[in-house]
Design a protein around this ligand. Structure first.
Ligand code: NAD
Length: 369
């Protein structure tokens, strides 16, 4: 193996050997001896519970728990369900709506049109509800158009219930797109522009995770995962940014990453998802810099474990995961989708006018430990 440090020392030694004699006469040590002796595990160390749990001790000396907790487990295999097996998500009751507490007008999304990808269900749907409650019109984009239409209808009904006196209802539309396909994305964007006339802001929530160990991860599923999480985020963000630049209008884009973009979850193995979410986070920073001159802000929300209908299904089928996950969260509990309503509204609105390229972690402190 090529070792640059050794090579440097050899060149230095060569240079030294051609020096004038007067200088060369002074004895010099060119190579420092390197100790490679590993400290031995002493007899007394065996009784020392602290040393037993260090690298000085042989493998297994720390006991049965050695390396058991912060490690992925290849036995955890979870496949993302197809639509027929996907649990439906309800809209949230009583969290949006009209209220009479004073708050900053900067948080309002009035007169805006917001697109939410993956908005038929889960986190996307609840964030969409927060966006509508904050005054914006909405275009839901999803692979499942039927569910997107149903959710759009329910969002308006819920808004009406919470704002009984209001005559003007938000314009909420539903659109089909496979976010990983450029043609499909362009068709959806044209359809949205036809219905709403403009787009001001975007939330990319379409995404999914699966669990297979890295060696046995089916390659086609890995490509699909990256296609939806990374390409899908890229395609929608660039499509909306292009429209904003053509209109010479300011805009705000929020990408839904994950705490998995910064840490490695345990015990479920999910290397491609973790890498995909790291890519989403850095795409947000990269676009933020590239589009700052166009007044287009781009930020990333990285949620921790949130209890959606799908998370509930996974935990029902893998009950051992629940306690393990909760034990690793400083707040001692999972979040719920409503916990993202304020975060997404803040990042979309003028309240965060000088925030771009940022990552907002909503994870109960998980990534701080
Ligand atoms: N739930 C969590 O605990 C959690 C934690 C961190 C990050 N996230 C991220 O939040 C986002 C939303 O996750 P969720 O939990 O709400 O998932 P979900 O499965 O409940 O909802 C995802 C939505 O995206 C849609 N979708 C999937 N593939 C699509 C495609 N190719 N084109 C268009 N739409 C597509 C689905 O139909 C679904 O409506 C994802 O990016 C996910 O990685 C979730």
């Amino acid at each position: 193996m090529f070792k640059p440090a050794v090579a440097r020392q050899a060149i230095k030694a060569l240079n030294q050997s051609t020096r004038p004699i007067a200088l060369a006469a002074t004895p010099r040590h060119f190579l420092r001896p390197i100790s490679t002796t590993v400290p031995r595990f002493q007899k007394d160390d065996k009784k020392d519970p602290f040393v037993k749990a260090t690298t000085r001790a042989p493998d297994g000396a720390a006991g049965e728990s050695e390396g058991k907790y912060a490690r992925t487990d290849e036995n955890v295999v979870i496949e993302y369900p197809d639509d027929a097996h996907m649990p439906p998500s309800p809209v949230v009751q009583g969290r949006g709506g009209m209220h009479f507490k004073r708050t900053l007008a900067q948080f309002s999304l009035e007169n805006k049109v917001t697109v939410v990808t993956g908005g038929a269900r889960g986190l996307g749907l609840v964030m969409a509800q927060g966006i509508v409650a904050s005054g914006s019109d909405l275009a839901i984009v999803d692979l499942n158009k039927e569910e997107a239409e149903d959710s759009a209808k329910k969002l308006v009904e819920q808004f009406q219930k919470e704002n009984p006196g209001l005559e003007e209802l938000p314009n909420v539309t539903a659109h089909f797109a496979d976010v990983s396909n450029p043609d499909s994305v362009n068709n959806a964007l044209s359809e949205i522009l036809e219905k709403h006339g403009k787009i001001d802001q975007l939330v990319t929530s379409a995404g999914f995770t699966e669990n297979f160990d890295a060696i046995n991860y089916p390659f086609d599923r890995m490509q699909k995962l990256w296609g939806v999480n990374v390409d899908g985020t890229y395609l929608f963000a660039t499509g909306v940014a292009k429209h904003l630049m053509e209109r010479k209008a300011p805009g705000s884009i929020v990408m839904i990453g994950s705490m998995s973009g910064a840490i490695v979850n345990v015990p479920q193995p999910q290397a491609p998802y973790n890498a995909a979410k790291a890519a989403v986070r850095h795409l947000a920073s990269s676009f933020a810099v590239e589009w700052a001159g166009h007044d287009i802000r781009v930020n990333c929300i990285s949620p921790g474990y949130m209890l959606t209908a799908l998370t509930r299904k996974i935990l029902d089928e893998n009950p051992e995961l629940r306690d393990k996950w909760i034990s690793l969260i400083p707040a001692g509990k999972m979040g719920v989708p409503e916990d993202l309503m304020g975060a997404v509204t803040f990042l979309l609105s003028d309240a965060s006018k000088y925030v771009t390229g940022a990552e907002l972690r909503v994870d109960g402190g998980y990534t701080s430990t």
